[in-house]
Design a protein around this ligand. Structure first.
Ligand SMILES: CC(C)(COP(=O)(O)OP(=O)(O)OC[C@H]1O[C@@H](n2cnc3c(N)ncnc32)[C@H](O)[C@@H]1OP(=O)(O)O)[C@@H](O)C(=O)NCCC(=O)NCCS
Length: 155
């Protein structure tokens, strides 16, 4: 598996993965996705096998009381390629990008029913900081997970 940064020719293939991995209301719109991957304050990593994109992850960062704080927009791996470590490696890649942007913290929303993703974040040291009821839709809560980034291990 090859891990590399996004380039503008990747958008169509990347959005095809979004289409497979999420249904509305969680699926990002195409325009919104285009804005996310083009953000100057973020990084998008691609997982590629035999020249085909099989997953991606997007992180953004912003100033929060003087310290940049990073936010994971999404991590997605095509079903046929899951459980082989691609999600873990993509998570490591976006954490390294966030550290390089001097982010002290990284956080995310995850659907309270998304057991696979919750296991992935917990295995990487994320802790649950709270719940946002009705975040995805009425009756569909998000859990908030966060992790302190250790700047000494910055890539
Ligand atoms: C969440 C998601 C990104 C995880 O991707 P993944 O590539 O399966 O992640 P990993 O392979 O790193 O880890 C998943 C499991 O595979 C196991 N695994 C890791 N490397 C492995 C290997 N070499 N061989 C076998 N299993 C392995 C991990 O232990 C983990 O097991 P667990 O779920 O029982 O704890 C993926 O399930 C997905 O795309 N889900 C849909 C989109 C989504 O919900 N994204 C999260 C948004 S918040």
């Amino acid at each position: 598996m090859l891990y590399r940064l996004y380039n503008s020719q990747d958008l169509e293939e990347l959005y095809a993965i979004e289409d497979v991995c999420f249904e509305p209301p969680e699926r990002f719109g195409r325009k919104y996705m285009g804005r996310l991957v083009g953000s100057p304050n973020g990084a998008t990593w691609i997982a590629e096998q035999d020249g085909r994109m099989v997953g991606f992850a997007i992180v953004e960062w912003a100033q929060d009381a003087g310290e940049p704080i990073a936010y994971i927009e999404t991590i997605e791996v095509l079903p046929a390629h899951r459980s082989h470590g691609a999600g873990s490696q993509l998570l490591t890649c976006i954490e390294d990008s966030a550290r390089s942007a001097n982010a002290g913290w990284i956080w995310l929303h995850v659907d309270a029913g998304n057991e696979g993703a919750i296991r992935l974040y917990e295995a990487h040291g994320y802790g649950c900081e709270g719940t946002e009821e009705n975040y995805y839709a009425p009756g569909r809560a998000a859990l908030i997970y966060a992790k302190r980034l250790d700047s000494e291990t910055a890539a």
